[in-house]
Design a protein around this ligand. Structure first.
Ligand SMILES: C=C1C[C@]23C[C@@]1(O)CC[C@H]2[C@@]12CCC[C@@](C)(C(=O)O1)[C@H]2[C@@H]3C(=O)O
Ligand SMILES: O=C(O)CCC(=O)C(=O)O
Ligand SMILES: [Fe+2]
Length: 360
């Protein structure tokens, strides 16, 4: 990064651990006006070894767009090592983390949430995005040697890929889709990014926002959260529901690309992360998408061009990420084939879903 870029970057980046009082630039006036729902129904928890797992996955996708999985096959030791690697990274001195800062137009590296530019207030979090090999970043962060950091990341990505494939086939199976119905056949060539999120303890958590409401631009996202609650999912007609951490369980979020693929039968889930006064929260998101050359469109088996027309046009993942980077919560309507009604609300208004409603 050039000196000039570093200066621009520093203006936007603040060491949250050094702040004792919530600055105005981090104060979200609308957070306290829309309290979390007290709904007694929790987000579904699905045992992946249950013979009825596919049916449960289908139901969870239709009703919530988010669920937790147990018996997922990821060794506890790997989850612990990944969490320790995340802690090791975020506990570095701020100036050291800045050495691996994400470039202004880049994707990977240390920085604020990419969606920050769509909001008038800043988020109480720091993130680290890894797309390719972690070695380049690790060298900058730990010039004297990064220990097992890179090995853990590579192993985590490999294991997460297997799990994401498995969950993806459960989702597709629940829609009645078989392997031969998918033109891109094996999804083992799938692409992915790893997003490490750190939410330092906050002096005024009720007026701060860790990560603002968004949907993921993925097929699905697998999230490991440490034992500190903060993740909330939005359910139509219910409101914000906390996805309570369950030891050893992983959270699966349905992303926008499954909404496209399923022709809207399964909606991506709007979610956000809250912060708390005493505990540092850490989450690790495995953002799973299709191979870069594949165009994602509503599956032909789910449309008939007469009664059920395709609702979305075909897009590649990178094309969709570009649309999301430009239009954020309006991205799905930009690939929609039907006229959207104008129901978008301000992204800072957390009381309502900020996704589009499509009229056929
Ligand atoms: C693959 C990706 C999804 C993501 C944009 C990215 O290129 C890498 C970072 C991802 C992330 C993680 C935090 C929330 C999110 C909305 C963001 O700002 O960066 C997602 C992006 C996304 O799903 O659109
Ligand atoms: O930290 C969390 O619980 C949410 C993270 C998230 O939504 C993301 O990384 O996309
Ligand atoms: Fe997310």
């Amino acid at each position: 990064m050039s000196l000039q870029q570093q200066n621009v970057f520093r203006e936007k980046h603040v060491d949250l651990n050094s702040i004792k009082e919530l600055p105005d630039s981090y104060t979200w006036s609308s957070v306290d006006s829309c309290p979390s729902s007290n709904s007694s129904e929790p987000v579904p928890v699905i045992n992946l070894e249950d013979p009825n797992a596919m049916k449960h996955v289908g139901h969870a996708c239709k009703t919530w767009g988010v669920f937790q999985v147990t018996n997922h096959g990821i060794p506890t030791s790997l989850l612990n090592s990944m969490e320790a690697s995340g802690r090791k990274l975020f506990s570095l001195p701020f100036q050291q983390k800045l050495k691996a800062a994400r470039l202004p137009d880049g994707v990977s590296g240390y920085g604020v949430a990419r969606i920050s530019s769509f909001f008038p207030k800043l988020m109480w979090s720091e993130g680290f995005t890894l797309v390719d090999s972690p070695h380049h970043h690790a060298q900058k962060l730990w010039p004297q040697g990064s220990g097992n950091f890179c090995d853990v990341i590579e192993e985590y990505k490999k294991e997460m890929n297997k799990l994401a494939n498995k969950v993806m086939w459960l989702i597709l199976g629940s829609l009645g889709i078989k392997k031969e119905d998918i033109k891109w056949g094996e999804i083992k060539e799938a692409c992915a990014a790893l997003q490490l999120n750190s939410y330092p303890s906050c002096p005024d958590p009720d007026r701060a926002m860790g990560l603002a409401a968004h949907t993921d631009s993925t097929l699905l996202t697998i999230l490991h959260q440490n034992n500190t609650s903060g993740l909330q999912a939005h359910r139509e007609g219910v409101g914000w529901v906390t996805v309570e951490p369950i030891e050893g369980a992983l959270v699966v979020n349905i992303g926008d690309l499954v909404q496209i693929l399923s022709n809207g039968l399964y909606s991506s889930v709007l979610h956000r992360a809250m912060v708390n006064r005493t505990q540092h929260r850490l989450s690790i998101a495995y953002l799973y998408g299709p191979p870069s050359n594949v165009r994602i469109a509503p599956l032909s088996k789910l449309t008939d061009n007469v009664n059920i027309p395709p609702l979305y046009r075909a897009v590649t993942w990178s094309e969709y990420l570009g649309t999301k980077a430009k239009h954020f919560n309006k991205a799905l309507s930009f690939v929609s084939l039907c006229a959207p009604t104008s129901v978008f609300v301000d992204g800072n208004d957390n009381n309502k879903s900020n996704k589009s409603v499509l009229v056929g």
